[in-house]
Write a protein that binds this ligand. Structure first.
Ligand code: HEB
Length: 748
């Protein structure tokens, strides 16, 4: 049910009524900066998931999960007596929401429990899968998170069906509320795609995927599905799907066009052609699809279902509503004759048979083998057999020339399929976990993978406090301006993003391709900073006693620390232990996604016709896991430190640029200044003295938003007050230190 049809009048109690986002839908929202706090988390403050996981009886839970696979429950009977397929789909849909563009989504937070994911059309019946796991979750309690459990269960499912995996790492702490930071698309209809394609059909699509009428799509015109461009950062073809419509783009059963959508969406998840093909082949080696009858039988999704269903959704009126009567996708396919076993039969059948377009009992487009071979066992009736069937998205792996080359090779070399599948599966599940120091458990593979963004281990004694003091002196004695060290340290550390825990100063990748070539780093600043620090490093490493060494990564941060101490007159903490990655350890393509398009902290770039500049500022603050006060502190402080990316004076409201002070806030809130835009799109502004008309300052939207937004202004008032100079400096240093160490999971 769409929100507009809601029959319930706005409540007059419990936070009801017409709210600010109703009145001012385009207002800048700060809500994503206050998620997942102690207020929503029922665990004690001292609770540390990593500690708890260490007391998990790992072998015992794996044993329990293995037993669960074949412990069919009357309330949701297992197909072919085995839940493996269902659980693999649950794990894949959990991890598969990840997108590399902003690092958000993915299986790291247990978000499948919450809306919208718990109610996505593509997640039909996974409510049942999660409840099948409840007794095991209950038994092991806080020692395993739901996030880890969903993924571990997928792994155990594979192993229980004869597919040895590449390994598993735990360490994903649960969240306890829906993550509102992820942009899933602008559509307000399920399975719509009216916002996400710049070329191709406009308007809501009725076709395909989930529980839909298959006829709709076939009527549609065909040309655009071969050329459409998917909006970034989205990694799904429709609102409510994990990836693509199984019936083909917009329901049109065109395998080649389907391949195009698959390549785009899986690419957005950082999977290449081999990994993509392997995941689909490997995944659809198991289980079945469910479309026993028309989707009209299926009730509301969990978030719209009646209270007494207790979080179950998609109540199915057809027959028993379960087992042989199950309706999930509306498609009815069993790919192989042994759906509980790791075999090469998916590819064998894909190439052995020619395929004919047909309809599922629910009326959706699918394909049946042109053969009399009834070789597929029914999921519940031992006396029934079926012909092999496939989805349009399956045929993509044969009819797309690139996928064909890959899958034909695996037809003859199943061991290569296994290798590629299990590696891609491991990547799928672990892509967003961050550095190895966060990985837990006895099944962590030894082999280090390029997508981990590895940094070398520390293999030498670290610098001590005396060295640190000495090095700071050396750094400040170079010809480089202190402000430049601050800019360089910020440029390195602020690449971090909380979603997939990539980026940060560790590795000193700022000196490598692609970061060194980013426009935001293209000032002469960075090069002179790096060569000055290299000289300091060379001298120290060449003469330090006892084999002590300092990495460039540490020096980049230490440069910022030294300069900030000078600028603030206060001590700034520093923790050594970073190491320098090599170019070979750096996947250039994958790192290109970390490049900031707009970075309000440094007054870099402006918004576009969809996103205002200040919304990018909030987004960046969220990637850096900052609160709204921290955002405010950092913007104000970085301005007085004169740390704009290009050295410009926008927002530098101080007579002493380069010195840390609360001047930014004092001047911003000074009533004697009057502001006016200097360009038509209102990106840049000039502040004049109200009386004399004399020009005082220039500013961007990033600067003025802090005086405009009532909540940010409220924070600014605290810092602009007469008693706040010291508090401001300390808060700035704390926020700065947080950003410098966001990637230091090794010392947390
Ligand atoms: Fe999948 C199932 C689609 C990929 C794994 N799938 C399925 C279904 C559908 C699909 C429609 C059905 C559902 C029901 O139940 O009804 N997929 C799809 C697509 C794609 C995919 C469109 C893209 C192309 N998968 C995939 C992957 C994986 C998978 C990647 C993993 C790796 N699936 C799966 C499984 C299953 C499925 C295992 C079965 C489930 C059961 O059995 O329940």
């Amino acid at each position: 049910m769409a929100a507009s049809e809601c029959p319930v009048k706005k409540a007059n109690i419990g936070g009801g009524g017409t709210r600010n986002p109703d009145w001012w839908p385009n207002d800048l929202r700060l809500n994503i900066l206050r998620q997942h706090t102690g207020v929503t988390n029922p665990q004690n403050k001292e609770f540390e998931y990593a500690q708890a996981f260490k007391s998990l009886d790992y072998d015992a839970i794996k044993k329990d999960l293995t037993a669960l696979m074949t412990d069919s429950q009357d309330w949701w009977p297992a197909d072919h007596g085995h839940y493996g397929g269902l659980f693999i789909r649950m794990a894949w849909h959990s991890a598969g929401t990840y997108r590399v563009a902003d690092g958000r989504g993915g299986g790291g937070e247990g978000q499948q429990r919450f809306a919208p994911l718990n109610s996505w059309p593509d997640n039909v019946s996974l409510d049942k899968a999660r409840r099948l796991l409840w007794p095991i979750k209950q038994k092991y309690g806080s020692n395993i998170s739901w996030a880890d459990l969903y993924l571990l269960t997928g792994n155990v499912a594979l192993e229980s069906m004869g597919c040895p995996t590449f390994g598993f790492a735990g360490g994903r702490a649960d969240t306890y509320e829906a993550d509102e930071s992820v942009y899933w698309g602008g559509e307000t209809t399920w399975l719509g795609n009216d916002v996400r394609y710049s070329s191709g059909r406009e308007g809501p699509s009725g076709g395909g995927g989930g529980v839909v009428d298959g006829d709709e799509g076939a009527k549609k015109d065909h040309a655009d599905i071969h050329s459409r461009d998917l909006e970034a950062p989205l990694a799904a073809a429709h609102m409510g799907l994990i990836y693509v419509n199984p019936e083909g783009p917009d329901g049109i059963p065109d395998p080649v066009a389907s391949a195009r959508d698959i390549r785009t969406t899986f690419g957005r998840m950082a999977m290449n052609d081999e990994e993509t093909a392997a995941l689909i082949v490997g995944g659809h080696t198991f289980g079945k699809t469910h479309g026993a009858a028309s989707s009209d039988n299926v009730g509301a999704e969990p978030n719209a279902a009646p209270l007494h269903q207790q979080g179950f959704g998609w109540n199915n009126k057809h027959g028993s509503g379960k087992g042989p009567d199950t309706i999930t996708s509306g498609l009815e396919v069993i790919w192989t004759s042994e759906p509980n076993k790791w075999t090469n039969k998916y590819l064998e059948y894909l190439y052995k048979y020619e395929w004919e377009l047909t309809k599922s009992p629910a009326g959706a487009n699918q394909w049946v083998a042109k053969t009399d071979d009834e070789i597929i066992p029914d999921a519940f009736d031992a006396n029934k057999k079926h012909k092999p069937r496939m989805l349009t998205s399956d045929l993509a792996l044969r009819f797309d020339p690139v996928y064909e080359k890959i899958t034909r090779r695996w037809l003859d070399h199943p061991e290569e399929l296994h290798e590629t599948f299990t590696r891609a599966w491991f990547k799928l599940l672990h892509r967003d976990m961050g550095p190895r120091s966060r990985w837990l458990g006895p099944e962590i593979p030894k082999e280090v993978l390029i997508w981990e963004d590895p940094v070398p281990d520390v293999d030498h004694p670290l610098i001590n406090d005396t060295d640190i003091t000495e090095l700071k002196k050396e750094i400040l004695a170079t010809e480089v301006e202190p402000t430049q060290f601050i800019r360089a340290a910020w440029a390195a550390a602020s690449t971090f993003r909380g979603g997939d825990k990539r980026g940060g100063a560790n590795g000193a990748r700022i000196r490598l391709d692609p970061q060194i070539n980013w426009k935001v780093n293209s000032t002469s600043d960075l090069k002179s900073v790096l060569s000055a620090l290299e000289r300091v490093q060379k001298k120290f490493n060449g003469s330090a006693p006892g084999g002590k060494k300092v990495s460039l990564a540490d020096l980049i941060v230490l440069g910022g620390v030294a300069a900030l101490e000078k600028a603030s007159g206060l001590p700034v903490p520093f923790t050594p232990g970073r190491t320098d990655a090599s170019q070979e350890q750096t996947d250039v393509e994958s790192f290109s996604h970390l490049e900031p398009v707009v970075d309000g902290f440094r007054n870099y770039g402006v918004g576009n016709n969809r996103v205002r500049t200040e919304a990018f500022l909030v987004d960046k603050a969220h990637l850096l896991t900052l609160s709204a006060p921290q955002l405010t502190t950092l913007v104000g402080g970085l301005r007085t430190l004169n740390a704009n990316w290009d050295g410009s004076s926008y927002g530098v409201f101080t007579k002493q640029p380069g010195k840390l002070s609360n001047d930014f806030f004092v001047e911003l809130l000074d009533m004697s200044t009057e502001w006016a835009p200097t360009d038509g799109s209102e990106e840049f502004f000039e502040g004049k003295d109200r009386k004399s008309g004399a020009k005082k300052w220039t500013a961007t939207r990033n600067d003025l938003i802090i005086g405009y937004h009532p909540e940010l202004r409220a924070v600014a008032e605290v810092y602009a007050a007469a008693d706040a100079q010291d508090k401001f400096k300390k808060d700035f240093i704390a926020a700065w230190d947080k950003v410098m160490n966001l990637d230091r999971f090794d010392v947390r």
